[in-house]
Design a protein around this ligand. Sequence first.
Ligand SMILES: NC(=O)c1ccc[n+]([C@@H]2O[C@H](COP(=O)([O-])OP(=O)(O)OC[C@H]3O[C@@H](n4cnc5c(N)ncnc54)[C@H](OP(=O)(O)O)[C@@H]3O)[C@@H](O)[C@H]2O)c1
Length: 309
Amino acid sequence: MTRILVTGASGLLGLNFALRYHADHQVSGVVHRNPLNNPPFQQIVADLSDAETLQAVLDQSEPEVVLHCAALANVDECEHDPQRAYQVNVALPAGLARLAARHGFRLVHLSTDAVFDGQRGDYTEEDTPNPLSVYARTKWQAEQQVLETCPQALVARVNFYGWSLSGQRSLGEFFYYNLKQGRAVKGFTDVIFCPLEATQLADLLLRLVEKGAAGLYHVVSSECQSKYAFGVSIARRFGLDESLIEPVSVMEGGLVARRSPNLRLRTDKLAAALGEPPPGQAAALDRFYQLFLAGYPQQIRSLADGRVA
Ligand SMILES: NC(=O)c1ccc[n+]([C@@H]2O[C@H](COP(=O)([O-])OP(=O)(O)OC[C@H]3O[C@@H](n4cnc5c(N)ncnc54)[C@H](OP(=O)(O)O)[C@@H]3O)[C@@H](O)[C@H]2O)c1
């Protein structure tokens, strides 16, 4: 039983992790604007961008491991409010890293595949990022500050989908719920990514912690596909109408922040640490589908107290 503090426990990854591991470990979860209704783990409501509050939360929970999922992860919101993006995505993890170095807890910090500009693809952990958006710039800054301050930290560049509190946090949910309602959607044919399912990602992160992995890791699927192909695979798995997905270029998407086209990340370092490659796309989708069959989306959404933004 490890004492694990999960920040961002109302978010997509944090909530999936906390729900999956609260029975095996002593999990506390920090939420901010979206408190949970009777979660099966200890809940702490706090604004962690305040340094004193952060210290108080750590004093209260005395974690052995901190899984830091809290972030301003909405790419377009970061573009509109760069100051808040810096506060939450850089200053907060940098503060956590200082505390980890001082107190000795294991810090797992979440970063993103979007630190790369996506011009080339096939990126390793040795390649130099070139972020295109405020969000991506803050995430890259945080990676560097965390590892400079606390080299024992694990920094994971990720991409994932899953079932969330609001039902709106992931691309998997976007395709499922829109197609289920018979609504036409666009799918980008020129954006390539390698997503894992959120509970799979939770499993891999815990395995890396148990193996004592430190430094920068790409923790994504071993296989990649376009966002359009991803949408089609969701439609097929759930028996929905794939013709509702219009294949388009990301240039036609009307998005605020620039997106990187080819985010194929290499996972050789991860595979070496785990002793096997990470899951492929079929396994990720199967996990998403099996959770759906087990009523997991409803279980998660029952934790929302009606104030989900
Ligand atoms: N989703 C993806 O595909 C993806 C891809 C690449 C990287 N990532 C990274 O993975 C991590 C987890 O992402 P996610 O998608 O799970 O995020 P998310 O669903 O957007 O959740 C963000 C979480 O951060 C919390 N938070 C924000 N500001 C806070 C503050 N000032 N104090 C305390 N908590 C605060 C939110 O709490 P409230 O909601 O309660 O306010 C929420 O629980 C992030 O670092 C993100 O950058 C995600």
